[in-house]
Design a protein around this ligand. Structure first.
Ligand code: UD1
Length: 422
């Protein structure tokens, strides 16, 4: 099985080109199911999750081509409306096909995803939303089975802000009859990108990026071409690599406006951060200072950067407290960071990190996409060798991470490791 080996202690410096956002590309790919003709999406990252979504779309009958960083999809004729367990359990975002299939074909059979490493992660809001649009939805043998002759616009007040449920309902509502009003909608930039894609394909949507999204149903969407937004989580991760190694990193092809609270936290920790156009430059000299982090829905601090900031706090001066408000159990990286010598205590959804002057390279195991990048960050600054196993998680969400980090001066390579027994 593949792992990543890092010799820590190198200062990173240079420019890194940021890839397209995974969490925008996945729903946009699913949205191509709404369109009876060709869809072109540019700036799509080359990642396992994108390949999994492509595999699912092809299984449904979509013609799909991946050329470099562009995707050509054509959902003119489908052969199936079923998303099987094998694909959905590999990637929860497969659930995004529910809304588009139901809206365009009047039926969908989508496996329930089950839990994940950091908790139950239910899809009840997706199901409730489809029911509110007039679909009949049953749970049968582990599958969500949904049917509707014609979806009808409705008021959909979400009791909790959910990126996935907002996206799924928004896609379904584009072809519903009449007006849908999503209240307490997710404001994440990836939802805005999805709405912009749908609008480019002829959907009538307003209010995206705010808590209330209105969708006026249309009869059909039409072929379109769309350029995906850059990945704000990848951006934050490379900036963190600069911060933790006392380096100087310039992220290019990114969107500083999507990272305001994250950049503020880097500054609070002592980093110099400058933005110009699509570039962010971070310079760190001396030791980082601890800061507190509380994850929240956008524009709050993203839960997908919580693990990486915990890695920073492990070597910062002082004590930093992390409140995880989105996924209370999202701390599977804590025992692995502790293997590198970090001092972290967890009580409920609060982690307290006492910074150490140094970490020690060790074998560690990644448990999810962002936990993997936190372990790599730890390895970059630890004394000696760190090997990160179960690296398939990183390939789900980071394009060519060891190449990008090597180009910045890291001593990092992919190796064969024994499978961990845990
Ligand atoms: C998306 C991101 C993920 C990120 C998360 C939060 C993708 C592919 N994934 O996941 O990387 O960490 O947003 O920013 O875009 N919830 C329910 N019922 C539901 C749906 C969600 O209770 O039906 C809860 C979840 O358990 C969680 C909260 O709502 O506590 C937010 O989850 P949600 O925003 O839906 O996350 P995802 O869309 O799954």
């Amino acid at each position: 099985m593949e792992g990543i080996e890092i010799q820590g202690g190198r200062r990173l410096a240079g420019e890194v080109r940021i890839s397209g956002a995974k969490n925008a590309a996945l729903p946009i790919m699913a949205a191509s199911l709404l369109i009876p003709g060709p869809t072109r999406i540019h700036n799509v990252p080359r990642l396992h999750d994108v390949l999994t979504m492509l595999e699912l779309l092809r299984l449904l009958g979509v013609a799909g081509d991946h050329e470099e960083r562009s995707l050509k999809l054509d959902a003119r004729d489908l052969v199936s409306t079923e998303a099987p367990y094998d694909l959905v359990r590999k990637m929860r975002a497969s659930v995004y096909v529910l809304g588009p299939l139901l809206a365009r074909f009047g039926r969908a059979r989508v496996s329930l995803p089950g839990g994940c490493a950091w908790g139950p992660r239910p899809v009840d809001l997706h199901i409730k939303g489809m029911r509110q649009l007039g679909a009949k939805v049953d749970l049968e043998h582990g599958y969500i089975v949904a049917r509707a002759d014609q979806l009808k616009g409705a008021r959909i007040p979400f009791e909790k802000s959910s990126v996935g449920a907002t996206g799924n309902v928004m896609m379904a509502a584009t072809l519903a009859r009449g007006l849908t009003r999503i209240e307490n909608a997710a404001c994440e930039p990836e939802i805005v990108a999805l709405a912009d894609f749908l609008i480019a394909a002829g959907a009538r949507i307003r209010g995206h990026g705010t808590k209330t999204i209105e969708i006026e149903g249309v009869d059909a969407l039409h072929p379109t071409t769309f350029t995906n937004i850059p990945d704000r989580i990848e951006t934050g991760t490379y900036l963190a690599a600069g911060a933790i190694t006392g380096g100087e990193i310039i992220c290019t092809g990114t969107r500083p406006d999507l990272l305001e609270i994250v950049l503020a936290r880097f500054r609070e920790m002592g980093c110099r951060v400058e933005c110009e156009g699509d570039r962010i430059r971070l310079v760190q000299e001396g030791r980082l200072r601890a800061a507190d982090v509380e994850t929240a829905v956008y524009p709050g601090f993203p839960t997908d950067l919580q693990a990486q900031f915990m890695a920073l706090l492990c070597v910062a001066e002082g004590i930093g407290v992390i409140h995880e408000t989105i996924y209370p159990d999202r701390f599977t990286h804590v025992p692995e960071l502790a293997r590198l010598g970090a001092e972290i205590s967890v009580h409920g959804n609060v982690a307290t990190v006492r910074g150490s002057r140094s970490l020690q390279g060790s074998p560690v195991m990644s448990t999810d996409i962002r936990a993997s990048s936190a372990l790599i960050l730890g390895g970059l600054v630890a004394n000696g060798t760190t090997t990160v196993s179960r690296i398939y998680h990183i390939d789900r969400g980071y394009e060519a991470i060891e190449e990008k980090l090597s180009a910045l001066g890291a001593d990092i390579r992919r190796i064969e490791v024994d499978a961990p027994l845990r």
